[in-house]
Design a protein around this ligand. Structure first.
Ligand SMILES: Nc1ncnc2c1ncn2[C@@H]1O[C@H](COP(=O)(O)OP(=O)(O)OP(=O)(O)O)[C@@H](O)[C@H]1O
Length: 574
């Protein structure tokens, strides 16, 4: 609840105005039964038409004032709750930007999406209700009790029995709902995950004829979510009739005892009518408050999920060093070991190598040997478990993350493009790059031809997920995006895999002349891609098996020879 309180702090003035409107509204509404009593006792029973007219006008005035205040408070509460939910969405979004891959793995993309959308909407709905009913109903209840006791102390004894019984029933039902809500939210994450996987992987699912299996998987998750929802709905279903029955019993009891008091002439008819209205207001307030409590368990679940994200600190601590000048880009892995947070075994063990500027350093190894992990560590998506990585002799943990990543031109294993134009995607590398710079970078990545073949050229839109360009085109655009940065270190993670051999060679040659002042680190599966590298680091099960140029490795490294032979025999290359 502290989070909500903190969120409300910037809205002190609107909250104050809201409070004022609600106080006036509740005062007007509580005034109405008193006016009704006067109308009956002094107007109708004494046949005083002047009094009836005057009181009628007062009642109309009170009703209109209450309505205006209700409208104003509704407007203010809607604005505050909407703004707060936008603030929270922004906080979560900004927080996630700070997360390392470790925290991303921990929460999962689906859960982060649900938290930013579903959970925040739930908080918004609660706030909307809280700001209006949460303030109004206690005011109505309190003033109703005061007026009821003031009108008839004896009749109010009925409330001493009814109110605690009602509170107990509500508390019991809400306590039972809490557990269900928690499970429902976790199940909703799962539902989101299955849906996401299905929508993004629909082609693979169809190609492998797994549609039926996926349908069954979805039905399973959806069924469990439905089961939990039905349970909570059943509890909600019990709550309302229970409260209504208690309300009706109370009204009957008041009428029963009240009519006796009227018959004994210890109470007048007008007061009894007013009393019934007070009781109705009190019990309605209890019911409204119970609605608030009904939303409370879900709110707590959602708030906890939001707070967990906001309070999670990134395991990557930002450094303080920021170097403005272009660096030489000497990259040194110094006895680096790394174990993924949830894993038991180290993925990299005592890895040491140096990549120099104006040289191509290649990393090769079988699948799963830890090649991409080297890239992730250099970019500080994760931090090393032991040893250190240096750029220009400085531990990368000492640089600010911004400065470190600015130095590196990264081309990921799976090229990711954004829904923007080709130019917009390339400018991810350099915000204010000119058209000429874009075309030059595209030229190095051998992307000019296909860009120019498009009618809109650089302004061609890229669809969501880059679905309107081929795998090879995507890779070339990703390379151009890195080239345009003119980084001190080029880091290409299996970035030629979708290119044909001719394009692969042309990109490598163009890159060689472009990367004169920079270190070029190429992670590859194909020997043909890295055969001309100045230094090839051979990884085997997370360890450096050997390092040297192609000829040296062919002479002395069994693993390299094995890779060479397998590719040569299979593909008839080289
Ligand atoms: N987030 C993660 N959590 C736990 N283990 C992981 C994670 N990511 C990768 N691994 C494991 O780390 C090992 C090395 O993975 P890495 O991606 O570096 O291999 P790779 O050599 O690049 O493989 P490939 O050539 O197939 O891309 C693998 O065994 C993989 O299962």
């Amino acid at each position: 609840m502290r989070l909500l309180w903190d969120c409300l702090k910037p809205y002190k003035l609107p909250v104050f105005a809201l409070l004022l409107f609600l106080i006036i509204q509740s005062a007007c509404e509580i005034l109405l039964p008193t006016l009704v009593a006067d109308l009956i006792n002094q107007g109708i029973q004494k046949a005083d038409t002047d009094f009836i007219e005057k009181t009628g006008m007062n009642m109309l005035l009170a009703a209109i004032t209450a309505m205006v205040c209700s409208l104003a408070s509704g407007l203010i509460s809607a604005r505050i709750s909407t703004r707060i939910s936008a603030d929270l969405r922004q906080q979560i979004f900004f927080k996630v930007q700070e997360f390392s891959s470790n925290e991303m793995d921990l929460f999962g993309v689906s859960s982060l999406i649900t938290r930013t959308t579903n959970d925040i909407t739930r908080i918004q709905t609660f706030l909307l209700y809280l700001l209006k009913m949460g303030i109004l109903t206690p005011l109505m209840m309190l003033s109703g009790i005061i007026m009821a006791v003031f009108t008839s102390g004896k009749l109010s004894l009925v409330l001493i029995i009814t109110l605690p019984v009602m509170s107990l029933v509500i508390a019991w039902i809400l306590a039972s709902m809490m557990g269900y809500y928690r499970s429902m939210q976790a199940q909703f994450d799962l539902l989101n995950l299955v849906l996401r996987e299905n929508l993004t992987g629909i082609r693979v699912i169809r190609a492998f004829k797994q549609t039926r299996h996926e349908m069954e998987r979805f039905q399973g998750v959806n069924g469990e979510y439905t089961r939990l929802s039905i349970h909570t709905q059943q509890l909600i279903g019990i709550l309302m009739p229970a409260v209504t029955i208690l309300m009706n019993i109370t009204t009957i009891a008041v009428m029963f005892f009240g009519s006796r008091l009227v018959m004994n002439a210890t109470m007048d008819v007008g007061s009894l009518v007013a009393y019934v209205q007070y009781i109705t207001q009190i019990l309605l307030s209890v019911m409204m408050t119970s609605m608030l409590f009904m939303m409370y368990p879900r709110l707590i679940t959602s708030l906890t999920r939001i707070i967990t994200v906001l309070e999670t600190r990134s395991s990557i601590v930002d450094g303080s060093r920021s170097e403005a000048r272009i660096h030489t880009g000497i990259v040194e892995f110094n006895h680096v070991s790394f174990t993924f947070p949830q894993a038991e075994e180290a993925v990299l063990k005592d890895v040491s190598f140096t990549a120099y500027p104006n040289q191509m350093t290649a990393i090769i190894g079988s699948t799963g040997s830890g090649k991409s992990t080297i890239a992730k560590l250099l970019l500080r998506f994760y931090d090393v478990t032991a040893g250190q990585i240096l750029i220009d002799g400085v531990d990368i943990r000492d640089y600010t993350l911004h400065n470190l990543r600015e130095k590196i031109g990264y081309v990921p294993q799976q090229a990711v493009l954004f829904s923007n134009t080709i130019a917009g995607n390339l400018r991810f590398g350099k915000k204010n790059a000119s058209g000429e710079e874009l075309l030059k970078a595209a030229g190095i990545a051998q992307a000019t031809e296909f860009i120019q073949a498009k009618e809109a050229g650089l302004d061609t839109p890229i669809a969501q997920g880059g679905t309107n360009v081929s795998g090879g085109q995507k890779q070339r655009l990703a390379i151009a995006r890195a080239v345009i940065k003119k980084p001190a270190v080029y880091l290409l993670d299996d970035s030629f895999s979708a290119l044909d051999y001719k394009t692969d060679r042309a990109v490598r040659q163009a890159l060689k002349s472009e990367t004169k002042d920079a270190a070029l680190i190429v992670i590859a599966q194909r020997i043909s891609t890295i055969i001309q590298a100045d230094r090839i680091v051979v990884l085997n099960e997370g360890e450096v098996a050997d390092a040297g140029n192609h000829e040296e490795l062919m002479e002395r490294c069994g693993i390299y020879q094995e890779i060479f032979r397998s590719q040569f025999q299979q593909e008839g290359l080289l």
